[in-house]
Design a protein around this ligand. Structure first.
Ligand code: SF4
Ligand code: SF4
Length: 72
């Protein structure tokens, strides 16, 4: 788990191609693949969740890590 990098997951099937996530991503991590939004530059993603909250179709989900209490 320690080496896991969590990234937004985009569902191509649910994407309507509205472009809201691409327009609102503060780091420019998103772009187009065949008319659907995609995480083109994952290294730029700051995991801010703006895309998730912006998407009107619920096509984007961020897996959230459960943090362990200190000492566990
Ligand atoms: S989580 Fe933030 S930085 Fe990452 S793709 Fe979504 S809007 Fe862009
Ligand atoms: S905001 Fe959602 S529906 Fe719109 S382009 Fe992005 S992933 Fe697709």
């Amino acid at each position: 788990m320690g080496n896991t990098i969590w990234m937004p997951q985009l569902s191509t099937a649910q994407c309507s191609g509205c472009g809201e996530c691409i327009a609102n991503c503060p780091t420019g991590a998103l772009g187009w693949i065949q008319g659907k939004a995609a995480l083109l530059y994952p290294e730029r993603c700051s995991y801010c969740a703006t895309c998730e909250s912006t998407c009107p179709t619920g096509a984007i989900a961020l897996p959230y890590v459960v943090l362990k209490a200190k000492g566990e």
